[in-house]
Design a protein around this ligand. Structure first.
Ligand code: HSE
Length: 436
């Protein structure tokens, strides 16, 4: 049988990794796929890139449209990122009857609904395993391995760069910008690294996980997104003292009112396995009603780990190319006409426990004023720390850990605390999840 022909769009970190893995493991991959898989051509602005990768024979072009319009190419692999040119190229490839594999989380999160609908019309597959958690096969696990379950919640460390920064800051006391620069050199960070540190990249990935877990259309715009830039060494220390680690988590949870979809720094008990996931590693915890909790761990970024997911998708597509399109695994796990309109909740509708750090004057009545507000807001305090102030300093940090409460309720209490004459604004708030 003739080999399946692949066209790569992009030959950067992930594109280079994909070409390398396909070449190095060609025999093993063909034994799995049932056919040879050949990279026919790659689009890149750097025509020396083939030589750099040791793939001198690879046909290179600067024109991405050469690839999507090439009638000999069966599968277009989009690895250029972004959502303008990438969207046009992916839709053109689909219109030309080609299957698509992409690692582009932004593209899927923002335009996946439209792309999948077009693919459905054309009877082609769009595979996107590498879009979430790099090399971890989490889409396959949720979409296929857990299809017996009613998924209850997912919580994941799904941005390697952010986790690398938090780990290095905590363990080695390194400065934020220094660690970020290293993540950029290592090829972990997005082209615009604010996507990593402000949680946008994690929000792209979380909205994809939420859709495949709960069978709802992709709704990136409804994901609450908070980054890691405001985490201070003091918060890391207080969290540690209370028995917690701060991680940047994406959390999606089914509730009676709708679906929570949120990315923010989160304090989790140090005893949880996921609390010990460090560096560029990702981990995703999935709670299903039948299986209970399952945890998936691995490299969340980097050339060959991401290529591992891209190539696995290519193999899946090759295996299913001759199957009836109506019998393929649905893009969002649930049949397209079975997607639900369950609402994604506004942030003030979610519930969480909270860590609050209140900077206040060290004088009589301050603590009473704060606890009065908490009592009147029906917020129960679980733990409390106040240290003796340094000599000559008139302000102290008051640390409160609360029970689970509605976020709207907590917002009002924080506003009252910030309005007191004896406190400084703003109050630091970190959500706390037991993940039990
Ligand atoms: N910038 C992303 C990360 C790359 O650091 O996780 C993988 O999606």
């Amino acid at each position: 049988m003739n080999p399946v022909k692949i066209g790569l769009l992009g030959l950067g970190t992930v594109g280079g990794g994909t070409a390398t893995v396909l070449h190095r493991n060609a025999t093993e991959i063909a034994r799995r796929a049932g056919r040879g898989i050949r990279v026919e051509a790659a689009a890149t602005l750097d025509l020396e890139r083939g030589k750099e990768l040791g793939l001198e024979d690879l046909r290179l072009t600067k024109e991405a449209t050469d690839i999507v319009n090439d009638p000999t190419i069966d599968i277009v692999v989009e690895l250029i990122g972004g959502y303008t040119l990438a969207k046009d190229l992916v839709l053109s490839a689909i219109n030309n009857g080609k299957h698509v594999v992409t690692a582009n989380k932004a593209l899927i999160a923002l335009h996946g609904n439209e792309i999948f609908a077009r693919a459905q019309e054309k009877g082609v597959m769009v595979a996107f395993e590498a879009a979430v958690a790099g090399g971890i096969p989490i889409i396959k696990a949720v979409r296929e391995g857990l299809s017996a379950n009613r998924i209850e919640w997912i919580a994941g460390i799904i941005n390697g760069t952010g986790n690398f920064i938090l780990s290095e800051m905590r363990d080695k006391g390194r400065a934020f910008n220094d660690v970020l620069a290293e993540a950029q050199v290592l090829g972990y960070a997005e082209a615009d690294p604010t996507f990593d540190v402000e949680g946008i990249d994690a929000a792209h990935k979380l909205s994809i996980l939420s859709s495949v877990a709960f069978g709802i259309p992709l709704q990136f715009d409804k994901t609450y997104t908070e980054g890691i830039t405001k985490i201070t060494p003091e918060d890391v220390e207080y969290a540690d003292e209370l028995g917690y680690t701060i991680k940047h988590l994406g959390i999606t949870r089914r509730t009676d009112k709708g679906i929570e979809q949120r990315v923010h720094p989160t304090m989790i008990p140090k005893s949880r396995l996921i609390a010990n996931v460090n560096g560029v590693m990702n981990a995703v915890l999935v709670q299903g009603d039948a299986v209970g909790a399952t945890l998936y761990y691995g490299a969340g970024a980097g050339d060959e780990p991401t290529a591992s997911a891209v190539v696995a998708d290519i193999v899946d597509v090759v295996r299913a190319m001759t199957s009836d399109p109506s019998n393929r695994v649905p893009h969002l796990a649930f049949q397209p006409d079975q997607l639900a309109d369950t609402p994604v909740l506004e942030m003030n509708e979610i519930t969480s426990a909270y860590y609050l750090r209140v900077c206040a004057l060290d004088q009589p009545g301050v603590l009473a004023a704060i606890t009065k507000i908490m009592g009147e807001s029906h917020i129960s305090i679980e733990a409390f720390i106040q240290k003796e102030p340094e000599p000559g300093v008139s302000k102290v940090d008051i640390i409160l850990l609360t029970q689970r409460v509605n976020e709207g309720n907590m917002n009002r209490a924080i506003a009252y605390i910030e309005a007191l004459d004896v406190t400084c604004s703003p109050v630091t708030r970190i959500r706390v999840e037991a993940l039990g």
